[in-house]
Design a protein around this ligand. Structure first.
Ligand code: SF4
Length: 272
């Protein structure tokens, strides 16, 4: 892996009067055998980790575009297509910072849209409860029983409970979807994703995962064991009114570096 470093040549970028001032940050990411030269605009003033999420989403798009290019150069074809929501029945680990951002976004929606979403989340929780999964997802229970992630994830998938944001087999929050959703691509036939116990699913290896860096930061902030929540718990989590992003606050480049340095140390290479 190539080293990762935030360049020291950040520069003010001219902005219109209403836009928050930004600076350009350049760095290089090692991506397996390759490397990715990154140039992003981040707020120059003080921000929280949650507030720079759009920058991380854009960086994730760049990482995945490079990963896809490398995968296709090796002769593989990505099977994922718009309108295929087979993978959206998996348990989605959502970093607490992304939960905060999604919560803020939901609160801006018209009340009837919020109510509709709340109903969808309730229906998913009821289906999980009826399938005996709700108790297993409880963090306390997970810690006490030391349940392994893989069998839990598989049992969740077999319940066929769709993500509450999935509408007509498409993601209704595509532009702001979680980092981990952005990082999931397969090269095996799409229909294999429906019954992964019977068919072999070949995922695209992602050399650096921003989602995992965010989980690690979540563990640091919470002093807990995982730093994420199952996405399906989002509405319940919102009721606590916590703002974990406030714990990682500083000038934009410094906050970005808190994430990037976790990619550099390899903390982000593992799974959930
Ligand atoms: S957030 Fe969107 S992409 Fe992620 S599981 Fe839900 S519907 Fe699918």
């Amino acid at each position: 892996m190539y080293g990762t470093q935030v360049a020291d040549r950040t520069q003010p970028i001219g902005q219109d009067e209403n836009a928050a001032p930004t600076v350009q940050v350049d760095f290089t990411l090692g991506l397996g055998e390759g490397r990715l030269d990154v140039s992003v605009l981040v707020p120059s003033g003080r921000v929280t980790l949650t507030q720079i999420l759009p920058v991380l989403q854009s960086l994730s798009s760049d990482i995945m575009a490079s990963t896809v290019e490398q995968t296709e150069a090796e002769g593989h074809r990505i099977s994922c297509r718009a309108g295929c929501g087979a993978c959206c029945r998996q348990m989605v680990p959502l970093s607490i910072f992304e939960a905060e951002a999604l919560g803020d976004w939901i609160r801006t929606l018209p009340q009837e849209r919020q109510d509709e979403l709340a109903r969808r989340f309730d229906a998913a929780l009821i289906a999980l409860r009826d399938g005996g999964m709700l108790e297993r997802l409880n963090p306390k229970s997970l810690a006490e029983k030391n349940e392994q992630a893989a069998p839990l994830a598989l049992d969740y998938l077999m319940l066929r409970v769709a993500c509450p944001f999935l509408v007509d087999e498409s993601c209704s929050i595509h532009a702001i979807r979680p980092l981990i959703c952005r990082e999931y691509l397969v090269t095996s036939p799409a229909e294999f994703c429906v019954f992964p116990t019977r068919d072999k699913v070949t995922g695209v290896p992602v050399p650096v995962k921003l989602s995992s860096a965010m989980f690690k930061l979540g563990v640091d902030v919470e002093g807990g064991v995982r730093g994420w929540i199952p996405l399906v718990f989002l509405f319940a989590w919102m009721k606590a009114g916590v703002r974990p992003g406030d714990a990682i606050r500083g000038e934009g480049p410094a906050v970005l570096y808190e994430v990037v340095k976790r990619l550099a140390t390899g903390d982000a290479a593992g799974g959930v």
